[in-house]
Design a protein around this ligand. Structure first.
Ligand SMILES: Nc1ncnc2c1ncn2[C@@H]1O[C@H](COP(=O)(O)OP(=O)(O)OP(=O)(O)O)[C@@H](O)[C@H]1O
Ligand SMILES: [Mg+2]
Length: 213
């Protein structure tokens, strides 16, 4: 059975695809088997994979349909990890992704508007947790953090109402994330010793710990 991580937030452009591709690639570089399921009809994860001509080294499949939780039971079975890159807007696909997931990561930019925008997603996850005895687990990841946005402590305070933890560290707004994605690569490939790669590894360590692997 794979560890299934869904990256969801109805807020467009908060960094879901960037985070999904980077975490999946980081696990692949560690020798783990990974499937990235693109649940967004925009197909950004698939575009990224195509731009790199498959050099990511793991498959990216389009699964932008509300049956994705059932489809992933067989499609995901051969892999150690399955990542689901969610769509902007809370669609039926999001509910299916919440059902399929062991862990939902919610990338969130440190601004009040973005924090409020996750309300419906949080409600959807909590409703699911009630009928499944707490599955999926959920955690926030601060993304695209930059000078002039809220401080980590202010964000933590604002998010506290939702009752989900925030992973330690943040993804900063760095050109390397966007630049590397443009040619189907990642920050770990293009600047393996840089701060962006470090941020991904720091988050990944916590995700692996959450799965006890
Ligand atoms: N940490 C980052 N630093 C700099 N640029 C970033 C970062 N994360 C994402 N971006 C850029 O922001 C834009 C949106 O990112 P991305 O596509 O990952 O977000 P998304 O949440 O998947 O968007 P959508 O909701 O449209 O699917 C892209 O141009 C991407 O290159
Ligand atoms: Mg996306």
């Amino acid at each position: 059975m794979p560890n299934v991580v869904a990256i969801l937030n109805p807020k467009g452009g908060c960094g879901k695809t960037t985070l999904a591709a980077h975490l999946a690639r980081a696990l692949h570089l560690k020798g783990q088997t990974v499937l990235l399921a693109d649940a967004d009809a925009q197909g950004s994860a698939r575009d990224w994979h195509t731009a790199g001509d498959g050099k990511a080294g793991f498959p990216v499949i389009g699964l932008d349909r509300p049956t994705l939780d059932r489809d992933l039971i067989s499609l995901g079975a051969p892999y150690q990890w399955v990542f689901i890159d969610g769509a902007a807007k809370l669609e039926k696909m999001s509910a299916a992704a919440v059902k399929a997931a062991d862990l939902v990561l919610i990338p969130i930019q440190p601004s009040p508007l973005d924090i409020w925008a996750c309300d419906p997603l949080v409600e959807m996850i909590q409703a699911r947790q009630k009928v499944t005895d707490g599955t999926p687990a959920a955690a926030f990841v601060i993304t695209r953090s930059k000078k002039g946005t809220l401080l980590a402590r202010e964000v933590a305070d604002a998010i506290k109402i939702y009752g989900f933890p925030i992973l330690q560290g943040a993804i900063y707004d760095r050109t390397i994330f966007a630049r590397s994605m443009a040619d189907g690569s990642t920050a770990m490939d293009d600047e393996p010793a840089g701060p962006a790669a470090w941020e991904i590894h720091h988050l990944l360590k916590q995700i692996q710990e959450a799965f006890d692997v």
